[in-house]
Ligand binder design. Sequence first.
Ligand code: MG
Length: 262
Amino acid sequence: MKFFRLDGVKIKSPAKIEAMKRAGRLSADALEAVGSLVAPGISTAELDACAERVIVQGGGRPAFKGYGGFPATICASVNETVVHGIPSRDVILQEGDVVSIDTGAIVDGWVGDNAATFAVGAIATQTRVLLDACEAALAAGIAKALPGNRMGDIGHAVQSVIEREGFGVVRNYAGHGIGRDMHEPPVVPNFGQPHTGMLLERGMVIAIEPMATMGTHEVRVTDDGWSIVTCDKRPAAHFERTVAITDDGPLVLTPWNLVKNY
Ligand code: MG
C-alpha cells in the first residue's frame, strides 16, 4: 500500500534507489570531467559546456538548467562565491583561485546532485585546509546517515569538523531530500545537536552538502539574483554527495573520485 508522510518525505524502495544510481553516476562523471579541466586560463563557461556534453552524451539531462530559471548546466562559484555562481565566458580562472562546481543530472526521471571545490593551480595553505575540512565534514556527515540516527547527528558531525578548524558553517543554505525532484523534504542542515531532529529511516535519499567559510558564515545574494557570496569576501568551500540511507549503511549514489589537484 502506498502512503504519504505528512512531512512530505518520500521513502524510496530498493528498486527506486537502484534506479537513482544512473543519475548519480552521471552527475559524478560530469563533476570529475569538469574537475579535470580546472586550471588557470579556462573560463567557467567552458567548464559548463564540458558538463553539459558529458551529461547529454551519457543519456541524461542537466538538472539545473531552467530550474527556477537558472541559466546553465553547472553552478561555478569562484572564491568568495559559496554556491549558485553562474558560469560565464568572462570569468577566467586565475592561479590561486578556488572554484566550487555543482553538477546535477536527470536520468529516467531521477535526479543526482553533487559538488566539489577545486584549486586553480597553487593555493594558499589555509585555503587548502579549508577545502580539506569541508570534504572531511561531508564524509563525517555521510557516516551518520544511518537508520535510527537523527538529522541533528548529521548536522552536528558536519559542523564539528568545520568549526574544529576555526572555519564558519553556512546556516542559510542546507542539503535536501532528492528523488524525482531535485529538492524534496527533508531539509538537511549543516549544523545541529546530536539525537535531535527527524528520525532517519531506510529509503530516505538526501543530498548532504556542507558549505564552509574561511571567515564569517554570513552570506548574501548578489545582484545577479543567484550567486551566494560571503559577506567578508573571504573564500568558501562546498562539497556534496547524494546518499541513500539503507540497512547496510550509507550508500553514495554520486561516487565521484576526485584526484586532488592541490
Ligand atoms: Mg544540492
